[in-house]
Design a protein around this ligand. Structure first.
Ligand SMILES: C[S@@+](CC[C@H](N)C(=O)[O-])C[C@H]1O[C@@H](n2cnc3c(N)ncnc32)[C@H](O)[C@@H]1O
Length: 227
């Protein structure tokens, strides 16, 4: 699976229209996202792994960075150079305010394939916490391949997904509707290996969000190395 095949996927699926609803939902959710997910032990532990496994000053891409909290701030506080990207202009605004030590850009992660935030091998690390699950299932392998290409050899990816066997499924989320996809954990491991990653660590957490408008979930954290 190559960059050209992601281009073909994007051309075929008219992504601009499909993304509009996701962006509008997260623009509307804004900092209420923090209230719904107050306990972030798994996310903090996975961020700490990435922060500690790379030498200070490493260049790290935060894909679907949300409000910047806790992850972009955690990585910036550890002395890394953090570049965040998010589809939602409101999320980028919050992240820029909350993490002045990092740089943030509004955009679709699929557009990272054009090299606008860095070419092949330009990142030491990438974090993608609960952002790839917002893509249709058929797109996720393309996105993982693209992230693989943005990493330098031996570069690290911290990936968080929710364990579920669903494809582009609409769910109510904090008064909005978002669409989510997911894999069962064996399938997720296979998908990341097929994208060229070695699994170096894994954790799972049962998570009950603070809001009754968000269902309980099993969160999966994978620690991956560009093989
Ligand atoms: C569930 S939130 C996770 C936020 C943050 N990574 C965290 O874990 O706290 C998903 C984020 O991904 C962003 N997002 C969704 N689809 C995206 C896309 N195609 N490109 C970039 N960001 C996207 C949303 O706007 C939202 O901020």
């Amino acid at each position: 699976m190559s960059a050209a095949s992601y281009d073909a996927y994007v051309g075929l699926h008219r992504l601009t229209l499909e993304r509009q609803g996701q962006a509008e939902a997260f623009d509307a959710i804004g900092d209420r996202y923090e209230e719904a997910f107050p306990h972030k032990e798994g996310q903090l532990a996975s961020g700490a792994w990435l922060a500690g496994a790379l030498p200070p000053g490493s260049r790290i891409l935060d894909v679907g960075c949300g409000t910047g909290l806790p992850t972009a701030r955690q990585l910036a506080d550890a002395g890394h150079r953090v570049v965040g990207v998010d589809l939602s202009a409101e999320m980028v605004k919050l992240a820029t305010e909350q993490v002045p030590g990092a740089e943030f850009h509004q955009g679709d992660l699929a557009d990272l394939r054009d090299g606008r935030l860095g070419g092949p091998g330009s990142y030491d690390g990438i974090v993608a916490f609960f952002s790839l699950l917002m893509l249709p299932l058929a797109e996720i392998p393309h996105a993982l391949r693209m992230l693989h290409g943005l990493l330098r050899p031996e570069g690290l990816l911290a990936l968080a997904m929710v364990e579920a066997d669903v494809d582009d499924c609409p769910i109510p989320f904090l008064g909005n509707t978002i669409r989510v996809s997911g894999y069962l954990r064996d399938d997720l491991r296979q998908v990341v290996r097929d994208a060229g990653f070695e699994v170096t660590g894994e954790d799972s957490y049962a998570y009950a969000p603070a809001s009754t408008d968000v269902p309980p979930e099993i969160q999966l954290f994978l620690h991956l190395r560009r093989a």
